[in-house]
Design a protein around this ligand. Sequence first.
Ligand code: GLN
Length: 290
Amino acid sequence: MPEESWTVLKLLQWTTDYFQRNNVPEPRTSSEVLLAHVLAEDRLFLYLNYDRPMEGSELAAYRACIKRRLEGEPNQYITGLQEFWSLPFRVSPDVLIPRPETEVLVEAVLEFLDKADSDLDILDLGTGSGAIAIALARELPAARIVATDLSMAALDLAQENARSHQVDERIFLVRADMFAALPGDSQKFKAVVTNPPYVSDAEMLELPREIRDFEPHHALEGGPDGLAAIRHIIAVAPTVLSQAGALCMEMGAGQAESVSGLVLESQEYRNFHIRKDYSGLDRVLVAIKK
Ligand code: GLN
């Protein structure tokens, strides 16, 4: 960034061009998101203050953000924020950045459950930032949600998010690998919800560097065929689901056939369907226990 007097607009134009030349995806959006972050404002503020001069300390902070973005770090880890279900979530490299397609998972759970049910227990496996559990808790005022994660840092972040969205009294965070810490055969959950790791070893190598080099691998890696966690979840979920409870699980775009096979093989489910995301890709399994 050359030494000169910068305004908001000039800086956005320069950075957009710089990002473009360096193949940073969505260059204009990235420059805006990062500048808004540095100024502790929203993006609308930028549009309304194009002529605002930039101070030296602001420029230094913005320069540091630009450098991180150029090295492939996602905007969300630089700003520490991602929106999901129209709510702001704190994120860090300890958790997967919530994806828009995961909202389809939340929709599937809400469609299955009865909002008026006063006795709703839900289990969220691998909660990460807590986005799924918190979105559900906000929509289902009577729900109690047990949310597990193996990572203590993720649980801390989920706790912070649950508190800021005022649902921390109904979300019980448990450090556990999948079902490990739960009493077996309790069969009390009306829904088991999860966005498990489902990326195969081969696909891991093909991921954009924003994901591969920055997001937590334990939240992505599904083993040689991508189905390691999924296989376990389909097998074990019936031991904690109530009768006619649902397993609602996100999956990879090409996994519908394998996932259907696993559900049928288990013989513990009375029926199931698979929902597509908004890109038309198979994304969410809803399987009803017998
Ligand atoms: N959808 C994620 C991706 O973009 C994968 C998330 C997962 O493995 N649960 O790669």
